[in-house]
Every structure is written in structure tokens, then in C-alpha cells.
Design a protein around this ligand. Structure first.
Ligand code: AMP
Length: 213
């Protein structure tokens, strides 16, 4: 069983790295942002409470987030382990998590803000199947159209200039300080996220001492 948290500023590539790690070792990708986006897309009861907060780039309230994480982990569909992506994002969430769960390591992907800003603005998402694209590294064959399902590619609601500013501010003020907390309690693996996705993944696996697959 392998249990990891992946952290880093928005646009650092943590979603991509989490997916590569999960694919390699049969882990389950638990992404809080994806759970929220699914709710918004499907107009659930929860969506009404979180839609505006998400679009502004602010953090959803801790009680709501903690409940979502608790419920998701309680599903126990992660036989070989998980990569938790997008949680915790502030001290209360980190304390809640450390009180109730244990993990093997926290992966921290470091990328300067100027780089993530550019990457986020180039980010596109298929409105139909949810596949991620980036106009800098992973362009669709046809502009604005998903390669897989031919759905329309759109920008995330919170990938606009103002929301990005809020998200980066929140990251530096609220999320970055909790890394110290994890450093004291757990193993923190720091990787340079400015390299290619494959090079970053290889570095993560090497630092986690994972067997080659
Ligand atoms: P992400 O895709 O991880 O950038 O998450 C998208 C949005 O979902 C964030 O900007 C927040 O509004 C919300 N969100 C995701 N994870 C959390 C969290 N741990 N705490 C509070 N809000 C969150």
C-alpha cells in the first residue's frame, strides 16, 4: 500500500504527475478539484455552494472539503494506495488530515509563479470527457477540439487572470506554510517542476525509491 500527497502551486503539473504515478503503480488518483468540478458540471446540491467560490479562485470552506475527503477515502476503492491531489491546502485541513490518516510521503513540485501563470493560461479542458490539454505542450490535432471524443475544448472558469492571482496568493499564504508541518512529521520529496513531465516523473519515482515498472 502506497499513500502519497502531491502538492505545488497551481499549474505546477501535479495533476499530470499524479496520473502518471497512479498509472505506474495502480494507485487511485483522489483529486478534490475534480470532485468539485464534477459536482458543478452535474448541478448537484453541493455545486450551488461551491460554484461561485471556485470561479473566484478562493478556497471552499474547510468543513465542506474535509467531508468530501473523508467520504472519498472511506470508499476504500484504493487497494494499492492513493495519490491525494489538492488537499490539504491550509493549516486546519492539514491538521485534520494528520490526525486521522497516515501517509508515506508528500511530493512537492516546485515551479516559479511566472512559469505557472503562462501554463495556466494555456490550459484547456474537454467540456465533454474532461481530458486536459495545454497549448504549450499538448496541443489537440485540431484547434479547440478534443482528440479523443471531439468535444469542445474550453478554459476552466477559474483560469482567468483575476482568479489566478487569488489562487497564487492563497497558495503562498495558506498552502506553502503547511509544507513545514509535513516536513516535521513525514517524508517530503521536492522536485523541480520546470523540466519535462517524464523527467519529473522519473525524479519522483527515484526519490520515493519506487521499483522500476
Ligand atoms: P484545483 O483544481 O485543485 O485548482 O481546485 C479548483 C478549486 O477547487 C480551487 O480553486 C478551490 O476553489 C477548490 N478546492 C480544491 N481543493 C480545495 C481544498 N483543499 N480546499 C479548499 N478549496 C479547494
Amino acid at each position: 500500500m502506497r499513500k502519497y500527497i502531491i502538492m505545488g502551486v497551481q499549474g505546477c503539473g501535479k495533476g499530470t504527475q499524479a496520473k502518471l504515478l497512479c498509472a505506474g503503480y495502480d494507485l487511485t488518483h483522489l483529486c478534490v478539484g475534480d470532485i468539485f468540478r464534477w459536482n458543478v458540471q452535474n448541478h448537484t446540491k453541493l455545486a450551488a455552494r461551491i460554484k461561485r467560490i471556485m470561479a473566484s479562485g478562493n478556497l471552499v470552506g474547510d468543513e465542506v472539503v474535509e467531508e468530501i475527503v473523508r467520504r472519498r477515502l472511506d470508499e476504500h476503492d484504493w487497494n494499492y494506495g492513493f495519490v491525494l491531489d489538492g488537499f490539504p491546502r491550509n493549516r486546519p485541513q492539514a491538521e485534520f488530515f494528520l490526525e486521522s490518516y497516515d501517509i508515506d510521503a508528500t511530493i512537492l513540485i516546485e515551479v516559479p509563479d511566472e512559469v505557472t501563470r503562462e501554463r495556466i493560461q494555456a490550459r484547456r479542458l474537454c467540456a465533454k470527457c474532461g481530458l486536459d490539454y495545454n497549448l504549450m505542450f499538448h496541443r489537440p490535432a485540431q484547434d479547440g477540439v478534443c482528440d479523443v471524443c471531439k468535444g469542445k475544448l474550453v478554459q476552466r472558469l477559474d483560469d482567468n487572470e483575476e482568479a489566478i492571482r487569488t489562487r497564487l496568493k492563497n497558495y503562498h499564504e495558506k498552502t506553502a506554510p503547511i509544507i513545514e508541518l509535513f516536513k516535521r512529521k513525514e517524508l517530503v520529496v521536492v522536485v523541480d517542476g520546470t523540466r519535462s513531465p517524464d523527467a519529473i516523473q522519473a525524479d519522483i519515482r527515484r526519490q520515493l525509491k519506487l521499483p522500476q515498472v
